[in-house]
Design a protein around this ligand. Sequence first.
Ligand SMILES: [Cu+2]
Length: 120
Amino acid sequence: MITPIAVLLLALPCPAGAQQVKAKLDCKLTDTDFVYDCRIRLEPPNAGVRISVDADMPSMPMAHNTDPVQAKPTKVPGEYRVQLDLEMPGEWAVKLHLSGAARGVLVLNYVFPEADDRPR
Ligand SMILES: [Cu+2]
């Protein structure tokens, strides 16, 4: 069982509406090993936010380097989908680079399940 983790936005230099943005992440393994379908939920569901996603492993600094992927907004306000192609399961630090209506970087530590945990 994977528990989504929410972490505060690190830097929001916005004097007018210094608002905290949080994110939840929920990922499922696809039929392809190490490829995960992820859902991101922003709270509050701010319109006009773009999210670019990359990830690395805290336990293996510099060992991995994923290319940034743009998350796609769904019809649900504040919800985005992104497919992450990781090189191994385990704990990754997923970085959400926010731009547009909210700016900053959210870092979410998330444990990605192994293929054995795939529902059948
Ligand atoms: Cu690794």
